[in-house]
Design a protein. Structure first.
Length: 284
């Protein structure tokens, strides 16, 4: 189901910068279909059942954004576009909302952090290039595995992992930073030595400037749903997997072991996880 709405406001503040304090999401719901997506909880409060199929389109995003950036209290803080939805999910091909957002951002010279798992962003390359001439633009994508068989199960409608990293590299020359998220790291499935090495090696070869990592986080209904995904597709690791998730976070000793491997790869490839935020402010 596709539902068009008129939003009252489009900028959302959250105290913990990830990596910015302000989010902008032109859609609610996401057809990329990631089995691990924490944002699936947001649909409950809207009375919608399927986060991946029931998509809400904020048709007046540009109008609202212009009004909010014109507010005298706005401090020109960096905005993350695509925090709880993918701004380049398939429906963007029809609505083409994102270019109108960039035009408003360009007019106000407001810093942005753009995140997507889709190579559709390349259709706006020239627009983003023009935007980068007047303000700070950071681009990010994320991958969990270089094994496309696994990827098609856990994130079925995302662009291929290798294409995501190649896409990211195309922005190296025009953006302040290109950040690759190796996330979520899924224990026993995407944290093997071969996958870890492949991701860091390709990122280095393609000139990516930053890698951040995060383990799979499971809580509420999502936890049981993801357990069922593992049981269905990877029964051989199911028992050991659920033992690692007695809480919402992966077992700390296990995480420490994997992080030790990651730190060795960081030193080997000189790829670290330091993102420099822009003028983030504490809300008063």
């Amino acid at each position: 189901m596709i539902k068009e709405i008129k939003a009252k406001k489009v900028l959302t503040f959250h105290a913990d910068a990830f990596p910015t304090n302000w989010d902008l999401n032109p859609y609610r719901g996401c057809s990329i279909g990631c089995k691990y997506c924490y944002a699936q909880y947001t649909h409950k409060y809207l009375g919608l059942k399927d986060f991946h199929k029931d998509i809400i389109v904020k048709t007046n995003v540009a109008e609202c954004l212009a009004k909010e950036l014109n507010n005298k209290n706005w401090n020109n803080e960096q905005i993350k576009i695509g925090g709880t939805t993918d701004l380049y999910q398939h429906i963007e091909m029809k609505y083409r909302i994102v270019p109108s957002i960039f035009e408003i951002i360009k007019k106000h010279k407001n810093p942005v952090f753009i995140q997507t798992k889709s190579t559709l962003i390349l259709s706006d390359f020239e627009l983003i290039k023009e935007l980068s001439k007047v303000t700070t633009v950071d681009i990010a994508t994320s991958v969990s595995t270089m094994d496309e068989t696994i990827s098609k199960i856990i994130e079925p409608n995302a662009s291929a992992s290798i294409e995501r990293i190649k896409m990211l590299s195309k922005f190296n020359e025009i953006c302040r930073s290109t950040t690759l998220g190796f996330m979520p790291i899924i224990p026993l499935l995407t944290d093997n030595d071969e996958n870890l090495e492949a991701i860091f090696q390709l990122a280095k070869e393609l000139g990516i400037t930053n890698i951040v990592t995060s383990f799979l986080f499971l809580r509420g209904e999502l936890k049981q749903q993801f357990f069922e995904t593992i049981k269905l597709h990877y029964p051989e690791i199911y028992f050991d997997f659920i033992q690692l998730y007695k809480t919402s976070n992966v077992d700390s000793a296990y995480a420490q072991k994997i992080n030790s491997k990651i730190n060795k790869l960081r030193n080997k490839y000189q790829l670290f996880g330091v993102y420099k935020p822009i003028n983030q402010k504490v809300k008063t």
